[in-house]
Design a protein around this ligand. Structure first.
Ligand SMILES: *Cc1c(COP(=O)(O)O)cnc(C)c1O
Length: 221
């Protein structure tokens, strides 16, 4: 864990009005504890099992962000405590989160993951699927989910113009969808975009939540 780098990124986020999520996947609980001791509370993991394992060894007021692709059959494990689910990439997943949230009498904040990368490998909703989600919110008014914004991952490339294009596109969509009356009753405020390699571009493009791992914790194996 690199405290100086952490403080530097935290400062940059604060001056942009963005929240920093420390992505701790593959890192030992000692590393998370060290960051916690610096006052950090928001941590991102991409695997349910790993989040479950770590949770029991760390303070209870730590806020867990599920940032990875989430399988429907695993939602039930994290429903009681997860702080924010970033990667809602299908209506079926959203419905399952709603169901499991109601079982534990929660309203779980979620972000709609949009497919913005030019590469085809990344998960995410396209515009038609987004429409389906919005129609569902209007017709079913699911009480177990708070659709709190959007998330996106840019193409993994050195080409900063391309990254900028993809983030700008998402920020524009976010602004448009925010005004959609079908989101009434939801706190649609969060735009989660930016990782170690592209968080500065993301902040310039209007991100208000970045997910940074390797710059803070060091490279993963
Ligand atoms: C791993 C991961 C990150 C952080 O990646 P770094 O490049 O280490 O900052 C951010 N978002 C998601 C969805 C991830 O899976």
């Amino acid at each position: 864990m690199n405290p100086d780098k952490y403080l530097e990124i935290k400062k940059e986020c604060e001056s942009s009005g963005a929240k920093l999520i420390a992505v701790s996947k593959t890192k030992p609980v000692e590393d998370l504890q060290a960051l916690y001791d610096l006052g950090h509370r928001d941590f991102g993991e991409n695997k349910v099992q790993e989040m479950e394992d770590k949770k029991d060894h760390l303070p209870q007021d730590l806020r867990w962000h599920m940032i990875g692709h989430l399988q429907r059959n695993k939602v039930k494990y994290i429903a009681p405590y997860v702080h924010l689910i970033h990667g809602v990439d299908s209506l079926r997943l959203l419905k399952e989160i709603n169901k499991q949230a109601k079982k534990v009498e929660r309203r779980i904040p979620v972000l709609l993951q949009m497919h913005i990368a030019e590469e085809s490998s990344k998960f995410g909703l396209d515009r038609d699927e987004l429409e389906e989600v919005l129609s569902y919110l209007e017709s079913e008014t699911p009480s177990g989910v708070d659709v709190s914004g959007m998330m996106g991952m840019a193409t993994f490339t050195e080409n900063s113009d391309q990254i900028k294009r993809e983030f700008t596109g998402l920020a524009k969509l976010f602004g448009e969808i925010k005004a959609d009356t079908r989101l009434n009753g939801h706190n649609f405020e969060t735009l989660s975009m930016g990782m170690s390699g592209d968080y500065k571009i993301a902040l310039d493009c209007g991100s208000n939540m970045v997910r940074v791992g390797s710059l803070i914790f060091g490279a993963r194996n």
